[in-house]
Each structure stands twice: as C-alpha cells, then as structure tokens.
Write a protein that binds this ligand. Structure first.
Ligand code: GUN
Ligand code: ZN
Length: 435
C-alpha cells in the first residue's frame, strides 16, 4: 500500500452553487489535507482529522497555502487539432475546410499521431486538465495514438474515432461500414482498459450521410453505456447546410434525435442557436449542451445563452474545443464564459464557475463517482493552484482575499502558470516539474 498526504487548502463541491455565496455547495478547509491510498482518495478535509486516518509511514507533500482542487475536466476537445490552434479564418466552415481538414489528414501516419499525442497530454496536464473527452481523427491509428499515450500516464480519458463520410477531402472520409467496424474495433481494443472510455463520435450532421447516422445509432443501441459526442448548432451557415442535407428533419437537433443519438450520455458541442422545441428535446433526452466559449468567440459563432438553458433545465458542461478554442486552460475558458454571460446581463459567480469545471463537468459526463470531487473513493486526480503565480497576479493578491475573490482572480488572470502541480491517480504528473 502506498499512502500519501497532500497538505494545503482544499476545495471540493457537493452541489451546483445556487447564488454567489452558497457556502452549502462546497467544502473548503484552510488547513486541509487529502489522504491518497493506492491512487484513490481515502479521506479529505481538515488536516488534523485526515492525518489521524493515515498510516504512520504515509509520505507527506506540503503545498503550503496553495489551493488543492479536483483536476479540471474538459468534455469537448480535438486531439488532432494541436497543430492548428490560432488559425486565421472568417468562420467555422472556412476554418474547417482551410486548416482543420488539412491537418487531420496527417493522422493517417501513426508516428505523427504518437508525437502529437505526447504533446497533447503534456498540454492538458500543464493546464491542470486530468480528464477530457476528445475527438480523434477518422483514422483508427489516431485512436490508438490517443489511448496509448493516455494509458502511459494512467489518465481517465474519453475518446472516439471520428465518423465522417461526406463533405470532406477523400483522405479524411470513411464509409458507414468502416465507421461501424472501426468504432467497434476501438471499443474492443480500448473501452474499459485501464481508465480508457470510448465514445461514439459522428463529427456533425454535415459530414455524415443518413446511412452513417444510422450506423451511429446502431452503435448507440448496441453500446448504451458509451458516450456519444458530436457538434450541434454552432454557426448559422452550418445550420442552413444541415437543413438542406436533412430536409426531413424538423431542426438540427432532430437530425440526431431521429437516429437515436440523443440520450443522457450525449455531449452536444456548442449548442448555441436552438429553438424552444430543440431545447425541449434535449431536456427530454437528458443530453448535455457543452459550452465552448473561447471557440465561440474566436470563430464568431455566437453567444451561448446559459440563463435560457438553465431556466429550461438543460444539463450543461464547459469545454475548450481546442483547436477552434484558443486555450487549453479551463481557467481561461471560465474567464471567457464569464464575459459571454456578462454581455447577456447574466453574472456567473466564481464558485459556480469552479463547480462547473470540476464536479459540474463530472456530473455531465456521468462520472462524478470517479472524478471531479475530493470525495473518498474518487480517483486521486488533483491540481494545485497558485493565485500569485505571475507578477501581475501577485500584485492583485491580498492576505485577506475571500475564497470567492481568490477563485475570481485565478479565473480572470490565471493560465497554465497558475497550475503548480497535478496529480494523476495520486502520482505527481506535471510534465515540467521534476517528481
Ligand atoms: N464542427 C464540426 N467539426 C468541428 C470542429 O472540429 N471544431 C468545431 N469547433 N466545430 C466543428
Ligand atoms: Zn469541436
């Protein structure tokens, strides 16, 4: 048995905060500790109480007054887009055709995929993200590259082979039959191996024929416990083309609904431009609208109306959408989400934001028993945040900052530099820090 005690200030959420100062939604300890045994959290809370439960020979790592949180979760990201972040385009479809569909072709080469996978997981860990749900490319080799590297680092990662059989370069398309067999192969090779989870991944309506959507629906019926990830209503031109391609569908959401792809494990990236009927269908299915703020601003896609979705009780998650998104950092992502809500006269509170990037995203993924909190029994995926990581942040720091003020400072000014350490299943795993 390997036992470790992490000391520091600890913060974990127990429920979604209702209002700015909902102290009942989290547990915060100034003199906190987390006991880790064999990669799992055995206890967390007040240091004096936690240390009583620890074996005498437990290793102690003291993070001083830094803040210990569950690792961030990024439920919508594209592994093959590491090399095209910050590509200059007028809108989503131009960006896809000019940069994305060119770069993703390189992932037919297993060696290239393996090299990018190393960089990808370095980036995630450096930014404090310990679980992500990623689109791979259409190539099975990209799925192997992704999960091979995730397994090396013992990371809980969701990923899927992108299904796309039209409206893309030939080298980037499969067929309904290949999409089915290659997804099944990926499931057999990876799903449930170690911490890997495979997702059924039809890219979006434009790049799948009705026959391929059928196949995705078949897989969803055959593997009901798998996540399904796709894109929905990100951009006006995308929506118009979708309705041309699926004239029988009532609306964009109905394209997925009619093929059996809407359920409580369905992650709908963006979900910006929705009618009341679509929102109703999403709520009825229990599907998740995944907000991607840096991407929506970068590509000029639109403003996610969180207040409206909240009123109608849509399940919501928040993600980077790298490489349409512009930062791997969930801190930067929370900041941009805050600004998008500000523009709509909806003020997100910092405690709600940090709930969202941790427990909220874990709940959205149906994984809250495993990740997203510091509850005993959870995997010990933990980050250490430093509110005065940069000179500018240090100038803003005060001894008497409240927790809420500290979180707001971290999300407004913080990035990877604010991540002092990251633990994956109890092991120090920051790529730039010597263990
Ligand atoms: N819609 C279909 N594919 C993509 C993608 O790779 N990125 C974004 N942002 N939207 C998409
Ligand atoms: Zn995306």
């Amino acid at each position: 048995m390997i036992a470790t005690i992490l000391r520091g200030r600890t913060l974990t959420f127990t429920a979604r905060p209702q209002g700015r100062d909902d102290a009942g939604s989290y547990r915060y300890e100034e003199q906190g500790a987390i006991l880790i045994v064999d990669g799992r959290i055995a206890a967390s809370g007040r240091h004096d109480q936690v240390s009583e439960k620890a074996p005498a020979d437990a290793r102690v790592i003291d993070h001083g007054d830094k803040l210990l949180l569950p690792g961030f979760i990024d439920p919508h990201i594209h592994f093959p887009q590491v090399g095209i972040v910050a590509s200059y385009a007028a809108n989503l479809l131009e960006w896809l055709n000019t940069f994305t569909f060119v770069e993703e072709q390189r992932f037919s080469d297993a060696a290239y995929g393996a090299r990018i996978a190393e960089q990808f997981f370095d980036h995630l860990l450096r930014h404090g993200t310990t679980t992500a749900s990623a689109f791979c490319s259409v190539h099975p080799a990209s799925v192997d590259a992704y999960f091979t590297e995730a397994a090396k680092r013992n990371l809980l990662m969701i990923g899927g082979k992108v299904m796309m059989d039209r409206n893309a370069p030939e080298a980037l398309t499969d067929t309904p039959e290949k999409a089915y067999s290659e997804t099944r192969d990926a499931i057999e090779r990876w799903h449930g191996k170690g911490r890997a989870l495979v997702a059924i991944t039809p890219r979006f309506a434009i790049t799948s024929t009705p026959q391929q959507m059928e196949v995705a629906g078949t897989l969803a019926r055959e593997y009901p416990d798998l996540h399904i990830q796709t894109h929905l209503s990100e951009n006006d031109a995308e929506i118009a083309l979708t309705m041309d391609l699926y004239p029988e569908a009532r609306d964009y959401t109905d394209v997925y609904g009619r093929y059996g792809l809407l359920g409580p494990k369905t992650l709908l990236g963006h979900a910006i431009h929705l009618s009341d009927r679509e929102i109703g269908a999403i709520v009825e299915a229990g599907a998740i609208a995944v907000h991607c703020p840096t991407s929506n601003l970068f590509l000029g896609s639109g403003l996610f109306d969180l207040a409206r979705l909240d009123r109608q009780q849509v399940r919501v998650a928040i993600a980077t959408d790298i490489g349409g998104g512009t930062s791997y950092s969930m801190l930067r992502t929370l900041d941009e989400a805050y600004k998008i809500q500000q523009l709509q006269k909806n003020r997100l509170s910092p405690i709600e934001s940090f709930w969202w990037a941790t427990r909220g995203n874990a709940e959205a993924l149906g994984l809250v028993e495993r990740i997203g909190t510091l509850e005993p029994g959870s995997d010990a995926d933990i980050i250490v945040l430093d509110r005065s990581a940069t000179p500018a942040m240090a100038s803003r720091d005060r001894d008497d900052l409240s927790l809420e003020e500290e979180l707001f400072l971290l999300q407004t000014m913080g990035d990877d530099r604010a991540v002092a350490e990251v633990y994956v299943a109890g092991e120090a795993s920051h790529p730039d820090r010597a263990p």
